[in-house]
Design a protein around this ligand. Structure first.
Ligand code: DGL
Length: 276
């Protein structure tokens, strides 16, 4: 049965499903509503204004569905739209609702994984250009060296189910080589895009011995659990029937086929038209 007050989980496409999977594992009791803006994905190479405009439109849709809380399970949207939505839009739309992202919770803990105090961030061009990771990490770990690498070809390869192909090998090698050229002492590499866990095996092939590869799902799930514990006024408004619903702005058949790979179990989505 559909929930009246689900927690909204948003991504430009399928990547947020890797986060939703870990959130459900940690917090199965809540109702979840996932939406992928597949018709306009990928967001990674788009301008600040475009990502903001698309993300805001999607957030408003989640609010109309009754979500008291929306997680932007997309680094690109978190980097380019979250702050403006939180500071400028939420007060006028509905100040009792909340929108959270994935960058801050990751920045809060990433330094704990590194002994050399040097981390590598693999992300979309938009996330890298925003400088959100170096800025946020600097607040919690001022001594940490942060090296970034934009991997603009990875999301298109993954969205087109080409992440096991030889073409993917080429682009994984290229970006991995480049990040370790920038920071030889990196001992932690963060997949700062929710799509990248699908490339984990290929990325691992190019990781020097002893370097840890971190994905965000568990970090975000842990952080959400803490957030809900600290905010009973939000937690009490979140539906708790264990329902899961999936929406896409593009073809439901395509979504259901691909989503299984990201989510790990069959998904039946519905189509929404955002009127664009
Ligand atoms: N999954 C998204 C992220 O975490 C972005 C993918 C895209 O380029 O749309 O950045």
């Amino acid at each position: 049965m559909a929930s009246e007050n689900p927690i909204g989980i948003f991504d430009s496409g399928y990547g947020g499903l890797t986060v939703l999977k870990d959130i459900i594992h940690k917090l199965p009791q809540y109702d979840y509503l996932y939406m992928g803006d597949n018709a306009r994905a990928p967001y990674g190479n788009r301008s600040f204004d475009t990502v903001y405009h698309y993300s805001l439109q999607c957030v408003k849709w989640f609010f109309k569905q009754g979500c008291p809380l929306v997680i932007l399970a997309c680094n690109t949207a978190s980097a380019k739209a979250l702050r403006t939505i939180q500071q400028n839009d939420l007060p006028t739309i509905d100040s009792a609702k909340r929108v959270l992202g994935v960058i801050r919770p990751t920045a809060e803990v990433i330094g704990n994984y590194s002994e050399t105090k040097s981390v590598g961030i693999l992300a979309t061009s938009g996330t890298v250009a925003s400088e959100s990771y170096p800025m946020e990490i600097g607040k919690f770990f001022p001594d940490l060296k942060v090296y970034q690498e934009a991997c603009p070809m990875w999301v298109p390869l993954i969205e087109n189910n080409e992440h096991h192909s030889h073409g993917a090998d080429y682009f994984v090698k290229k970006y991995m080589h480049s990040i370790f050229e920038k920071g030889e002492d990196i001992d932690v590499v963060l997949m700062a895009c929710t799509h990248y866990p699908l490339l984990r095996e290929k990325i691992e092939e190019y990781l020097p011995l002893g370097v840890k590869l971190i994905s965000q799902g568990e970090i975000v799930a842990e952080s959400l659990a803490h957030y809900l514990g600290r905010h009973p006024e939000i937690e009490s408004r979140c539906g708790k029937k264990g329902s899961r619903e999936f929406y896409t702005t593009d073809s439901t058949a395509d979504f259901d086929n691909h989503a299984t790979i990201f989510f790990g179990e069959p998904v039946q989505s519905k189509h929404i038209d955002l009127g664009v």
